[in-house]
Design a protein around this ligand. Structure first.
Ligand code: ZN
Length: 210
């Protein structure tokens, strides 16, 4: 059953607020989106719009076409290309969460994304369900890695290629943050949070043993 536009707005506002509350985004950073019909998406506003992302109201969300055209709402996030490229190529993806989580970044900068993929299966064995949250098509490589200038088509292309080629549901962007996809806002948000949780555990585990 298709989720109503009103509920979608409520869930998107919840996700943006949760990311701020949990320290995974600042009030002005990161962005969250959900697929709408007819080649459009619901997207959080640009940081330049000066709107608190932890306290959004339903009319502070933008409707943006996959070609970047703003249909309604405030000026949309400059990272719209990342969201639009994924939605246009992957019909199953219904929601995308882009955040700036500190341990996901710290771990990747210090140990590399390859080590992430070594640590996560271990964490799965000991702690249970991460593979269900993080895995996409049950592939062994669970975290992708992309790079590019913020807001550029190059960055969007790099993220999409990684998701498709490695069949991952979450990608770390070099020195920047993460992008998680899902069949729902709950799934995309949950994946970003699970990665951050395992990044923190893995980081501290390696620090403790080092
Ligand atoms: Zn960002």
């Amino acid at each position: 059953m298709a989720i109503s536009g009103k509920l979608l707005r409520k869930e998107l506002i919840y996700a943006a607020s949760a990311l701020c509350e949990r320290g995974m985004n600042s009030e002005l950073s990161g962005n969250v989106s959900a697929r709408l019909g007819n080649g459009r998406m619901l997207l959080t506003p640009a940081s330049s719009a000066g709107i608190l992302k932890g306290a959004l109201t339903p009319n502070q969300l933008s409707i943006v076409a996959f070609n970047g055209e703003l249909k309604s709402g405030p000026e949309n996030s400059s990272e719209w290309r990342v969201h639009a490229s994924i939605y246009a190529s992957m019909p199953d993806v219904k929601a995308i969460v882009h955040s700036h989580p500190k341990y996901s970044l710290l771990f990747t900068m210090k140990h590399g994304v390859g080590m992430f993929n070594e640590m996560i299966p271990e964490a799965c064995i000991r702690l249970g369900e991460a593979k269900y949250y993080l895995g996409y098509a049950n592939e062994p490589e669970r975290v992708g890695f992309a790079s590019g200038k913020s807001g550029s088509q190059d960055l969007a292309d790099s993220i999409l290629a990684e998701i498709i080629n490695k069949k991952v549901s979450i990608v770390v962007i070099e020195g920047h943050g993460t992008v998680a996809i899902g069949r729902s806002i709950a799934e995309a948000l949950g994946r970003a949070e699970e990665l951050e949780r395992y990044a923190e555990l893995s980081y501290k585990l390696l620090e403790g043993s080092g």
